[in-house]
Write a protein that binds this ligand. Structure first.
Ligand code: A2P
Length: 262
């Protein structure tokens, strides 16, 4: 049995010059938990040189019960994969690794009252799956999704989160009651401004959403995004008494380290 699925691109959306997303067919054998990632690539003949397809880790942005897969990607001008991937069109073939994995799953967190999902840029992707999983709302009373980007245009999926999900036939009520979405922009005027780290250390985030400052006795955190965010947020959490969780060892926070620059 091959260790990859070959899927077909269904839809492509270009958000900005540097961000795009796409959906593909989903093999019924493709199983994953909300927040996990798979290896993804183009068939070898679509790339220069022969041999194995070039694969990169991509979080699955669609819910685990959807019959399609969604991915959210940056475009790296000379990136070996994304320079090609950004030109895909409906009908093109995509290679998806069979094995989904990753630390950003709620099983890796101890129980708690509020779940904070902190993302910059395409780090939003795994949380698009998490916020559409009813189990997330069974485990937590409140879910706070913070998305930090440079410009308003980079607030991808904003309409889905702000408008479509609260009106969703099945999830609408849960989401309206429990999900707080906090988009923040660093390089132009917007209702919320500033880096996630600063919003947390200054207390501005908590003032704005009406919740108390982070407390490991009550709150759980998942982080995904730029290496700088992860490097700066980790000591903030550790100093506040949060312990990192891993597969088989639930903790107060989890972070995905699988994504290098891509
Ligand atoms: P900033 O504009 O101040 O650099 P990028 O597009 O570079 O991946 O950044 C995405 C978002 O993450 C931007 O809003 C950026 O803010 C922010 N960011 C960059 N570094 C950090 C950090 N160390 N902590 C928190 N946010 C960060």
């Amino acid at each position: 049995m091959s260790n990859v699925f070959e899927e077909q691109v269904l839809d492509v959306r270009h958000w900005t010059d540097t961000l795009f997303s796409f959906s593909t067919t989903r093999d019924p054998g493709c199983r994953f938990k909300s927040g996990q990632f798979v290896m993804l690539g183009l068939p070898a003949e679509g790339l220069p040189g022969e041999g194995r397809p070039l694969m990169r880790a991509y979080s699955i942005a669609s819910p685990h019960y959807a019959d399609v897969l969604d991915f959210f990607s940056i475009k790296v001008p000379n990136g070996p994969l994304t320079s090609k991937l950004q030109t895909i069109r409906p009908g093109d073939r995509i290679i998806v690794g069979r094995k989904a994995t990753g630390t950003l799953v709620i099983d890796n967190l101890k129980s708690g009252a509020t779940l904070y999902l902190l993302a910059t840029g395409t780090g939003l992707a795994p949380f698009l799956s998490t916020i559409r999983d009813p189990e997330t709302y069974e485990r937590f009373d409140k879910v706070v999704l913070v998305h930090g980007v440079r410009t308003i245009a980079e607030l991808a999926y904003r309409e889905l989160i702000e408008t479509e999900l609260p009106n969703d036939e099945f999830l609408g009520e849960l989401i309206t009651e429990k999900l707080t979405y906090y988009p923040t922009v660093t390089r132009e005027e917007f209702r919320n401004r500033g880096r996630i780290t600063h919003l947390i250390t200054s207390g501005k985030l908590f003032d704005d959403i009406g919740l108390p400052a982070l407390d490991p006795g009550r709150d759980r955190v998942m982080m995904c995004g730029s290496p700088a965010l992860l490097a700066d947020m980790t000591p903030i959490l550790e100093q506040a008494g949060f312990a990192e969780g891993n597969t088989g060892e639930p903790g107060d926070y989890v972070v995905e380290k699988a994504f290098a620059e891509r």
